[in-house]
Design a protein around this ligand. Structure first.
Ligand SMILES: Nc1ncnc2c1ncn2[C@@H]1O[C@H](COP(=O)(O)OP(=O)(O)O)[C@@H](O)[C@H]1O
Ligand code: SF4
Ligand SMILES: [Mg+2]
Length: 367
């Protein structure tokens, strides 16, 4: 049997149209990612870098227009390979001039119908998702236990309601909900934020998905609850071992849970590779953006003294008016005189600089 990634995203592009600026923004702009079976791939980057739009594009959940305009999303389950963006080119017409998008027309209604047909049986079943706000993602009128039981009945081979209830209780135990028997009958609003996030995780796992996408699963929770959810995800990683795409702006969360990491900025992946190496504070070779992100993490002492470091200076890039060269150039502190012109004029490719580590930066190779 041939191995290979469970999920392979190739050259994904998702654009939006700003009426006020009468221009297209490139929220996700040529992203390539591959998830190997059983691994956790993290996506990290400041707010607005295109992490969530990448995830929503995979799930066919981008509703604003034009939305996904090109790419391939290969999903391999039970040895069967499918492209979730199959025939996208039939729905999109795009013209560009010198890298600027002049015109995009997309039959969005037709595309959405195509996606809904195509992704039936994938969304929630083969790919499950955990969001930042569990209360908004669960049905407020039904108990959490019932919702998990329904997910089991719908998405697994268990078709007997009693067995499905047992399975739902099993998952509530797996996520360490206190008194699962009692919690089973609670509605989401009867649970604390942390408990509700646990229930959401249980629901996602209960479908036995091939891929789990967790978008900021700890953001918005109190610090102590955050660290408990991170510990839980770490335990589930070794006990359940589900292939996971984990998105967070929090480097510590990504570092603790991910095997590999993609660092995103301005809709692009700037660095890709083993998360232990890339996200260590040791001064090894890394992209200047990654280095700046790491430097912006406050130390324990700074947190104690409430003297937070400033995040990276300058604003996150606007993907409507892109610079000609490197997207990080306006904020980069590592440009040398030797490469300045290159940085300004030409965007570097993502190239391998060490085994499995790729970087998009002129510091590491010649033009
Ligand atoms: N529905 C939308 N309509 C227009 N622009 C959007 C929409 N969703 C996201 N964006 C823009 O796309 C960019 C990437 O957003 P997002 O993927 O949510 O960033 P993050 O990395 O914080 O998850 C941002 O500039 C955001 O404003
Ligand atoms: S290519 Fe140049 S501007 Fe971009 S990150 Fe590297 S050094 Fe900085
Ligand atoms: Mg986001």
């Amino acid at each position: 049997m041939t191995a290979g990634p469970v999920l392979k995203i190739e050259n994904l592009r998702t654009f939006f149209y700003s009426r006020s600026k009468q221009a297209f923004s490139r929220a996700v702009d040529g992203v390539d990612l591959a998830l190997e079976k059983g691994e956790t791939l993290g996506i990290v980057g400041e707010s607005g870098s295109g992490k969530s739009v990448t995830a929503l594009s995979v799930m066919g959940l981008v509703t604003a227009e034009p939305g996904v305009v090109s790419g391939k999303i290969g999903l391999k389950t039970d040895g069967i390979q499918k492209n979730l963006l199959q025939n996208i080119e039939d729905y999109v017409n795009m013209t560009q001039n010198n890298g600027r998008i002049m015109h995009v027309s997309k039959d969005n209604r037709g595309w959405q119908r195509h996606v809904d047909r195509h992704l039936r049986g994938v969304r929630g079943k083969e790919i499950a998702m955990i969001f930042q706000n569990p209360k908004a993602s669960m049905n407020p009128f039904s108990s959490v236990g019932r919702q998990i039981q329904e997910a089991v009945l719908l998405n697994t081979s268990i078709k007997n309601p009693r067995e499905a209830k047992e399975r739902a209780l099993y998952w509530l135990e797996q996520v360490k909900i206190d008194s699962p028997q009692l919690r089973y009958d609670n509605n989401p609003f009867g649970l604390s934020g942390g408990m509700c996030q646990r229930a959401m995780i249980a629901m996602a796992l209960s479908s036995e998905p091939s891929v789990l996408i967790a978008d900021e699963p700890t953001t918005g929770l109190d610090a102590t609850i955050q660290s408990k959810i991170v510990s839980l995800l770490a335990e589930l990683k070794s006990s359940v071992g589900v292939t996971t795409l984990l998105i967070s702006h929090d480097i510590d969360v990504i570092k603790t849970l991910s095997d590999r990491v993609a660092v995103m900025y301005g809709g692009r992946v700037l660095e890709y590779g083993p998360s232990r190496d890339i996200l260590s504070k040791v001064d090894n070779e890394k992209h200047p953006y990654t280095a700046a992100l790491l430097a912006s993490i406050p130390t324990a002492r700074q947190i104690r003294e409430k003297s937070y470091l400033q995040a990276i200076k300058g604003d996150v890039i606007d993907t409507i008016n892109l610079p000609r060269g490197c997207r990080f150039y306006p904020r980069c502190r590592q440009v040398t005189d030797q490469i300045r012109e290159q940085c300004k004029q030409r965007e570097p490719d993502l190239r391998e600089i060490a085994s499995n580590q790729s970087v998009r930066c002129w510091l590491y190779f010649d033009a």
